[in-house]
Design a protein around this ligand. Structure first.
Ligand SMILES: *Cc1c(COP(=O)(O)O)cnc(C)c1O
Length: 361
């Protein structure tokens, strides 16, 4: 490569923050931790996240698809991995040969997972996959001559502490476990996601599966010492003065009320800045929060800097941990009517460069 390449936008992924969060969750759970790295590590990069999580004490990895699990194996990761969602007829032989454990919710999946260590999934009330309780005894019986490592399930509303569904699901989970034990199985049990890990340590059983909290985003109302792992930053591309009465960006939806300085930032909805945040977005530039004015475009946004001295090349933070007063992924989510999971997971973008800080080795 020749010349200097300054990325127009980057996500900075703080692996020290990730390790801090994993250690906090492990300490809270007091049982082994599965680090969930599906969807490319919630947009943070599955392989570096998996490695840092293992360094910090996680002992398992959770992937959604078999392909995601194989990506981890191809990166040389030997820790146990569970993959839990595959389609009918999907060829699982590579995953099985690579020692990936598979979630099994039905007799068909039991056949498909032949040769793998399996985690039998009971539907305790989320009603997505998982074996319905009526079919559970048959599945458990048929699984006796397989390598059954665990039984497991997934909560619907653990992020609403006190929601009665949590205890109801735990009760059904225990009934399913009793049936498995009565059939001679001795599986481990796991049901808790991040929210349950933080609020219901009594339901940690033999392992917890943590995703969002490991990335430093708190899924529960109570305050937690979690550190957001991702910062989304860019820099000012150009600056100009504009006169009172001039409109800005497509549709001229914003009109300058007085003469002002506008900074152009080269990120838009093609880089993960939702167009739905037009008129509701602030960024942190030259030490202040400043409003983004007019519509968010595919490739750019315009920031009203008033009479501040802003220069091309100045750093612009779109979201980060919030320590310096910059917006957070949570703030974006609240303004959009979504959850921060979606904001960070959407940051896997070809034009946005990922940079890791705090890497070891
Ligand atoms: C995504 C996922 C998790 C992690 O959930 P968080 O809320 O991010 O902690 C755990 N288990 C399963 C089955 C999942 O799909």
């Amino acid at each position: 490569m020749s010349g200097q390449y300054a990325p127009r936008a980057e996500t900075i992924v703080d692996l020290d923050a990730l390790r801090h969060n994993v250690a906090l969750l492990a300490e809270r759970a007091k049982v082994p931790v599965m680090a969930v790295v599906k969807a490319d590590g919630y947009g943070h990069g599955a392989v570096p996240i998996a490695k840092a999580a293992l360094e910090a004490g996680a002992t398992w990895l959770g992937a959604c698809s078999a392909v995601e699990a194989l990506t981890l194996r191809e990166a040389g990761i030997e820790a146990p991995i569970l993959a839990w969602l595959y389609g009918p007829g999907e060829d699982l032989s590579d995953a099985i040969a690579a020692g990936v454990d598979l979630g099994v919710s039905s007799m068909d999946e039991l056949r498909a997972a032949e040769g793998a260590a399996i985690h039998l999934k009971i539907d305790t009330g989320l009603n997505r996959n998982g074996c319905p309780p009526e079919e559970w005894p048959e599945l458990v019986r048929a699984a006796r001559d397989h390598n059954v490592r665990a039984i497991w399930s997934h909560f619907a509303s653990a992020d609403e502490p006190g929601d009665p569904s949590v205890d109801r699901q735990a009760e059904r989970f225990e009934q399913a476990y009793e049936i498995a034990v009565a059939e001679g199985l001795k599986p481990m049990r796991h049901i808790s996601n991040s929210a349950a890990t933080l609020t219901r340590p009594d339901l940690a059983y033999d392992m917890v599966r943590v995703g969002i909290a490991m990335y430093g985003l708190n899924p529960v109302p109570q305050q937690e010492d979690l550190r957001p792992v991702m910062t989304f930053r860019s820099s000012v591309a150009s600056v100009k003065r504009t006169r009172a009465g001039e409109g800005v960006s497509y549709g001229l939806t914003w009109i300058a009320q007085q003469d002002t300085t506008l900074a152009l930032v080269p990120v838009g909805y093609g880089d993960g800045v939702p167009r739905g945040l037009s008129g509701k977005l602030e960024v942190f530039v030259a030490g202040h929060r400043r409003p983004v004015v007019g519509r968010v475009c595919m490739d750019q946004i315009v920031v009203d800097c008033g009479d501040d001295k802003v220069r091309p090349g100045d750093e612009v933070i779109l979201f980060g941990p919030g320590d310096r007063g910059e917006p957070t992924a949570r703030e974006w989510a609240d303004n959009l009517g979504t959850i921060d999971y979606e904001i960070v997971t959407n940051m896997y973008r070809p034009r946005v460069v990922r940079r890791y800080v705090g890497a070891r080795g």
